[in-house]
Design a protein around this ligand. Sequence first.
Ligand code: C5P
Length: 213
Amino acid sequence: PSASGKGVTSRRLAQMLGLLTVDTGAMYRTLAWHCLRMKVDVNDDKKVAALCRKWKTSLVVADGHVRLLVDGYYPATEIRTSEASAAVAHVAQIRAVRDWMKAKQRECIQFGSLVMEGRDIGSNIFPETDYKFFLDASPEVRKFRRERDGVKEDVHARDKRDSQRAHSPLMPSLGAMIIDNSHQVVQETCDIMLEELNVRRKANRLAPLKPVA
Ligand code: C5P
């Protein structure tokens, strides 16, 4: 869920493992921003789906992240505005958008092993992975984190929309280790995850995780 620490934790974990990260929320946010600038109503599923079919995107690696560019541009700050945040859960519940995102997110494997972060990665994007984690924190802690970050947004409304949508709702997936990090610092969460990765790797005799050279 929002403010569960998934972004900062996945970035730190990726650093520890020497892997790239993929922020899939940024991909949905980029589409929401693209709709806003193209003046496409985010509540109009057909128009959003049509835009998503024809927008010009590419995947690139920059600073340890796999990024989705639109028209060769990564809208780093634009996708964090309150307008983009309010629009994103609308575009994210559209079936055609989710199908497009799934294909694009699976393409990221061309860059090697990844730490991929998002609400449906273990359940829908890479259900075959042995390494799944579901991060959570109490509503009070999540609210506090958002306020501390200075973000003015009704995250509960967004979480509700994300959890109740028909296609790939937010929920822990089968085989995921659930971690409540309300009272943990990022490093503690990463250490728990790293230990679990090693346990699973040994138990299933899996090859070490490594990026493509
Ligand atoms: O993680 P972040 O808050 O940036 O995600 C923004 C929004 O994108 C979420 O509220 C959700 O609507 C959508 N999203 C999604 N599936 C993902 C990642 C994000 O539906 N895998």
